[in-house]
Design a protein around this ligand. Structure first.
Ligand SMILES: *Cc1c(COP(=O)(O)O)cnc(C)c1O
Length: 286
């Protein structure tokens, strides 16, 4: 992949950005129409490790990881199976419809069975964990900051689900990295992220836990207002599960003077826009 810096690195201005702070987004949502965002990076070395074997992975009905795996496997001609949490619904979500049309076999399992993450029915397959959460996923995410010339930024900010991307970013830079957790009570997230660091004693990173808006996948009128406001001011669309919460968090952190004067903030736009398709029309202005 080769991109010009202008395509991927997008500076932005908003009314809530203090005059002495610069900011830009790294638009991972633009790198591929379907395998968008950080999932591209998490899959890269996992699909290499699959070495042509069929792939099996796990996810929920709206999972960015499921759709990304389906598309990436289709591009490489690798058969893949998605083990999906919960009984098969009468109407499949957009995400699952698209994954199926890309050739992914969908296997629905009860929530209890899903928790076991059991892929033993596929003994010949290469198993990618839910969300691409493993060392190879983090290794791929270590390449995110090399997509464009990001050296001039003083602070990196990203949304955090499993912590795989956060770990990859921390492995790739000595600059401070702030992760915005989209989960409620994610007490094990710190250790899980640390386990993927090449230098586990590194301390240039933090996870903030107060911006989840009620928990994973939960939304609020304030979140939608922040996403719409950000789009109107910058033209940059965000998703309701991850990047919208990150942008809303950055706005609130700036109000609290969290970042020192003259900071140059790089917000990782990790993709996920397909998830907005499940919203009723009119909630978002984009
Ligand atoms: C999966 C995902 C994340 C979270 O990445 P982790 O490595 O699991 O922390 C963030 N943003 C988007 C859009 C995602 O799809």
């Amino acid at each position: 992949m080769r991109f010009s810096t202008e395509e991927i690195l997008q500076p932005f201005h908003t009314t809530w950005l203090p005059a002495d702070i610069q900011a830009a987004t790294l638009r991972l949502d633009r790198i591929h129409p379907v395998v968008s965002g950080n999932k591209w990076f998490k899959l890269k070395y996992n699909l290499e490790a699959a070495a042509g074997r069929p792939v099996v992975t796990f996810g929920g009905a709206y999972s960015n990881h499921i759709i990304a795996t389906a598309a990436a496997c289709e591009m490489r001609g690798i058969p893949c199976t998605g083990i999906i949490r919960g009984e098969k619904p009468a109407v499949l979500s957009h995400t699952l419809q698209r994954a199926a049309s890309l050739g992914m076999e969908l296997v629905f399992v009860s929530r209890e069975a899903y928790r076991l993450k059991d892929a033993s029915a596929f003994p010949d397959a290469y198993m990618i964990p839910e969300g691409g959460h493993n060392a190879l996923g983090a290794k791929g995410c270590g390449e995110i900051l090399s997509l464009a010339d990001t050296m001039g930024f003083s602070h990196i900010i990203c949304a955090v689900g499993t912590g795989t991307m956060l770990a990859g970013l921390v492995n790739a830079t000595e600059r401070p990295v702030t992760g915005i957790s989209v989960l409620k009570n994610a007490t094990s997230l710190y250790e899980e992220t640390q386990a993927l660091l090449t230098s586990p004693e590194t301390s240039n990173w933090t996870i903030l836990h107060q911006f989840h808006e009620g928990g994973y996948g939960k939304t609020s009128p304030r979140l939608f207002a922040a996403m719409n406001d950000f789009y109107r001011q910058t033209g940059i669309p965000t998703d309701q599960v991850y990047t919208g919460k990150m942008v809303s968090a950055v706005q609130q952190l700036l109000e609290q003077s969290y970042f020192p004067p003259n900071s140059r903030l790089l917000l990782i736009h990790s993709g996920g826009l397909q998830g907005n398709d499940s919203l009723p029309p009119g909630v978002l202005c984009f």
